[in-house]
Design a binder for this molecule. Structure first.
Ligand code: FES
Length: 184
């Protein structure tokens, strides 16, 4: 290609030289300012996006940890449950299957029965003292609901339980944190 068709920085400098004489400023400086301004713009935009995203993420985490206070419901015969065993109940509605575990140390823990992977019902394995999902071999810690292994992406949803006058009541429900991987 002949130099006649070239249009590089030197050509532009040459073509604009008369105007630079009338309005003296250094093109290099102008380019610097433009780059600086552009970098500032990028920086501010990135910061704004980061703050916005962090805000949404923070809100999601807070929402996820909030316990939904619901009408208390008596869990029938839970007080007779032997250590290292479980029973099924429904909470907060008849369609929400849940599982109450009395761990080997005698503590009561309750969870939504839906596996957090693809919603198969989990069960309590007395042999392994953990909650297991038969669909894809996921397992959860009986004391915390955290994922022990397998594909579930988060811990089981927790159901709050309280002992009142020797009876066990379900009093609320909280979704596990969807961002922590459920491994505790
Ligand atoms: S549905 Fe429970 S591991 Fe897949």
């Amino acid at each position: 290609m002949s130099s006649k068709y070239r249009s590089d920085e030197d050509d532009v400098r040459e073509a604009t030289a008369p105007f630079q004489a009338e309005f003296p400023y250094e093109r290099d400086e102008e380019a610097q300012v433009t780059r600086r301004e552009f970098c500032n713009f990028l920086g501010l935009t990135s910061a704004a996006l980061f703050v916005g995203a962090a805000g949404f993420a923070g809100k999601a985490v807070i929402d996820a940890r909030e316990t939904e206070v619901l009408a208390p419901a008596l869990i029938d015969e839970a007080e007779t449950l032997a250590p290292n065993s479980s029973l099924n109940f429904s909470y907060p509605t008849a369609r929400d299957s849940a599982i109450l575990v009395r761990t080997a140390d005698g503590a009561y823990q309750a969870y939504g029965q839906k596996c957090t992977h693809l919603a198969c019902p989990v069960y309590y394995s007395r042999n392994h003292q953990r909650l297991e999902c038969p669909c894809h071999e996921g397992a959860f810690d009986a004391s915390s609901g955290n994922v022990l292994y397998g594909p579930p992406p988060r811990a089981l949803d927790r159901i709050e339980v309280e002992m009142r006058d020797g009876k066990i009541w379900a009093t609320g429900r909280s979704a596990s944190d969807p961002h922590d991987g459920g491994r505790g």
